[in-house]
Design a protein around this ligand. Structure first.
Ligand code: 475
Length: 809
């Protein structure tokens, strides 16, 4: 029997009898129990193991094929991965949904009951983390040899609850009961160093004498491709104290806390996902997390490289490392350190390899969102990296001076070190300098990056700047989230191949004139609203789901809702399109202004709810704890997709793509990927309003005065007065004050255009055939936003990697 490739092992069959046999065997041998005494948790874990075994077999074959090919690999480094639930995905990808449902009958359980026990690993905040998961899904589906690297946070994104309408955060111990989807890999653990000082010998070689040692223990999650045998992995690192971190003598002396203090300190590194950097707390810990991720991952990448290669000159040709925003940017000085200090390469050789290896994706335009770290902190935590950053900076500034002589201001702006008011390291500048390519995530975003946020760098190295428009997984966000719609599409197009070839959705367009198809489409949307169970399924379901941020302008949506409320109150006999307005999303715990908006929405919802005259026409719902799982329920039920950020602020958006693919019509500004969505679905099938980017810039330059809009517009004034006067239970003064006196995101300037555009929405809704046609065309024309296309774009413009086909046994 040859176990190296699993040859000779009994293959895991997918007939009902074989699957049931394996399920019962896992229950007996791996859970140590029987059907008679199994709990629902036993059933769930056993099912997960049985499904996982099928993917593990494919994983083993993938790994063998990829090893044999010795290809150029994609390594995706990300501080966040928002995977979403695994069970339903893995049942689909292993084609075991039906046999699993049948086998579960032995336990007297329905698939839905077991599904509820599948915990979503919330290892990310929002778009950036979910994008990482969508790209990995697409890479596996396209047979790209890839590994994701991240941190296995003990506590993921907080659970949001409401107390009196205010957001409260609860810890999310997602793996409290264990995680059946994960494979520990203790053999591949790495050692990470922090603090200490550097020394130089007479030859000028530098050694870093560290002051703290932490172990990084990897485990991995499987990332199966759909419709192929490839199964890639995401490696997640947990921080552990080294063996010597437990102080036995102190323990014996009864000093229990002191005895474990060092281990606790180490383990804190992977304790919790940061809700974002608007919290001042724990900045040092956050930088430690970033270095921990980078150090463990780079050593692992080098270990993997050495399995098949020896010469450093081959490294960049075999390795493409994508930095998901600046959070993993320390990988640049870390690779330099490994190559120069540990491997003895010259600086120039090492720099050439480093630049060729890395590429950087930027996810923002807000200058205040660009990460910087105090030099003093760096000096303490990573003294050698700071020296390397200084050396990189010398090279950079030399190049700037020779290209732009006498332009001192440019040198000051481009330096990796900010001098005033405090010396800080600028991570985005480092990321641009140490990479071959820098990309934005939508056409407008990439253009604005090169013209504004990163302009100096785009002038120095124009060829580095690319665009790769984001995309989403059609597997998760259409096939899994909206199975009825997926079935309709499959029967209309003749086969299910469209899921991996999303441009084929275009063939639905002619059906937008077929009355039978229209009514089937409407039935499915209605059934999805019933499944969601919030609000009247016959009302217009108006959805705004995303993180709470002032630039995204949930407050603008709220002003419209209050205006609609006033209209109904002032004219109770009028006729109105019934709407269910759904908000969902979390605010960073330290982001006070965003939390005030949440509180106000809940307060308005309550007042509207208690008003019998308004209830038939307007309902506001705000389910707590928006996450991938809830998104999968809400998105297929949406009629209207709110994408109303101030133009020039939203890098791309990906919720906008998910909603359009599920047949929601967008009301939106010319921002992020909205522009590309509108270009594709057509102006008739998109509700456009508001300032564009040049308009917003001009308005600000001319001296924006929000009060002027307030004074000029009666409905706006009524809405703001209601908020300020405490009409909604005494909350909202802060929101009103901010809008009237600052309004950084020009909400009042866009109010009238937005409210009028919403009237067009109401009018369009009244012609249900017209609406449904537009809905169908949104789905039919947004195949471009498949993450498969995004990955193909990364391959052709940045990675230049080839697929490795995994042979079927
Ligand atoms: C953009 N998260 C979307 C999406 O490209 C875009 C920031 C700091 C710390 C932790 N997380 C973050 C983000 O910046 C983020 O999620 N950005 C989003 O990335 C994918 O579609 O426009 O806002």
């Amino acid at each position: 029997m040859d176990l190296r490739n699993g040859i000779g092992l009994r293959p895991l069959g997918n007939t009902p009898a074989e699957f049931e046999q394996d399920l019962l065997s896992n229950l007996y041998y791996r859970r140590g129990t029987t059907v008679e005494s199994a709990s629902a948790q036993d059933a769930y874990e056993t099912l997960a193991l049985t499904v996982r075994d099928r993917l593990a077999a494919r994983r083993a074959r993938t790994s063998a094929a990829q090893y044999a090919a010795n290809p150029r690999w994609v390594y995706y480094l990300s501080a966040e991965f928002l995977f979403g639930r695994q069970l339903s995905q893995n049942l689909l990808y292993s084609n075991t949904g039906e046999v699993a449902a049948a086998a579960l009958k032995a336990f007297g359980l329905a698939p839905g009951e077991v599904e509820e026990l599948d915990v979503e690993p919330g290892l990310g905040n929002g778009g950036l983390g979910r994008l990482a998961a969508c790209l990995l899904d697409a890479m596996a589906t396209l047979d790209i040899p890839a590994v994701g690297y991240g941190i296995r946070y003990d506590f993921g994104i907080f659970k949001q609850a409401f107390a009196d309408g205010a957001q409260v955060e609860k810890p999310d111990a997602w793996a409290f009961q264990g995680n059946p989807w994960e494979f520990p890999a203790p053999d591949d653990r790495q050692t990470v160093f922090f603090y200490g000082h550097t020394t130089r010998d007479s030859d000028g070689n530098t050694t870093w004498i560290p002051g703290e040692i932490v172990l990084g223990e990897p485990s991995h999650m499987l990332v199966p491709g759909y419709g192929t045998d490839t199964v890639n992995i995401v490696r997640l690192w947990s921080a552990r104290g080294s063996e010597s971190s437990f102080d036995l003598s102190r323990f014996s002396a009864g000093q229990y806390a002191e005895a474990v203090q060092e281990a606790v300190r180490a383990e804190n590194i992977s304790k919790v996902l940061y809700p974002d950097d608007s919290t001042e707390l724990g900045r040092e810990l956050r930088l430690k997390q970033q270095y921990f991720l980078v150090s463990c991952s780079l050593r692992d990448i080098i270990r993997r490289f050495r399995l098949r290669n020896a010469a450093w000159s081959e490294f960049a040709g075999k390795t493409a490392i994508q930095l998901n925003d600046t959070h993993p940017t320390l990988a640049i000085p870390e690779l330099m350190r490994l190559l120069v200090d540990e491997e003895g390469l010259s600086w120039d050789e090492a720099w050439e390899i480093t630049q060729r290896t890395f590429a950087y994706t930027c996810h923002t335009l807000l200058p205040e969102a660009l990460e910087t770290w105090p030099v003093a902190l760096f000096e303490r935590l990573l003294p050698r990296h700071l020296e390397i950053i200084y050396a990189i900076n010398e090279g950079l500034l030399g190049e700037v001076r020779s290209r732009f002589p006498d332009d001192l201001d440019r040198v000051r702006r481009m330096s990796l070190i900010q001098e005033e008011p405090e010396r800080r390291v600028r991570m985005a500048n480092l990321a641009v300098t140490g990479t071959t390519a820098v990309n934005g995530v939508a056409e407008l975003h990439s253009k604005l990056l090169a013209e504004t946020t990163l302009r100096d760098f785009a002038e120095l190295w124009p060829a580095k700047f690319r665009n790769v428009t984001n995309g989403v997984s059609p597997r998760r966000f259409v096939r899994l989230a909206n199975p009825s719609l997926a079935d309709l599409i499959t029967s209309s197009l003749g086969d299910g191949g469209w899921i991996n070839d999303l441009d084929r959705l275009e063939d639905l367009a002619p059906l937008a004139d077929d009355p039978a198809f229209l009514s089937r489409w409407r039935e499915i949307k209605r059934a999805n609203k019933v499944r969601l169970g919030l609000g009247d399924p016959d009302s217009l379901t108006d959805v705004m789901v995303k993180r709470f941020h002032e630039y995204k302008r949930q407050q603008l949506k709220l002003l419209h809702v209050i205006t609609q409320y006033h209209r109904i109150k002032n004219n109770p006999g009028g006729s109105y399109v019934p709407r269910t307005v759904l908000f969902a999303g979390k605010a960073a715990p330290a982001y006070h202004a965003a939390k005030s908006i949440i509180r106000l929405i809940n307060a308005v919802a309550r007042v509207v709810d208690e008003d019998a005259a308004v209830a038939p026409y307007l309902k506001i719902v705000f389910p707590p704890n928006y996450n991938v799982t809830l998104g999968e329920l809400i998105i297929p039920a949406a009629d209207l997709s709110e994408q109303i950020s101030l133009a020039g602020k939203e890098a791309s958006g990906t919720g906008n793509m998910k909603l359009a693919l599920n047949g929601a019509i967008t009301i939106g500004t010319l921002d992020g990927a909205n522009i590309e969505i509108r270009d594709r679905v057509g102006a008739d099938n998109f509700f456009l309003f508001g300032l564009d980017t040049p308009g917003a810039t001009a308005l600000r330059a001319a001296g924006y005065n929000p009060r002027a809009y307030y004074e000029r517009d009666d409905e706006l004034r009524a809405a703001l007065d209601a908020i300020a006067s405490g009409a909604f239970g005494g909350v909202g003064q802060e929101v009103a004050d901010s809008l009237l006196n600052r309004d950084e995101y020009l909400t009042l300037a866009d109010y009238r255009a937005y409210v009028d555009c919403q009237s067009e929405v109401d009018e369009a809704w009244q012609d249900q055939d017209r609406w449904t046609r537009a809905s169908i065309l949104n789905t039919a024309r947004t195949g471009f936003f498949s993450a498969d296309r995004t990955v193909r774009d990364y391959i052709s413009t940045i990675w230049h990697v080839d697929p490795v086909h995994v042979p079927h046994p």
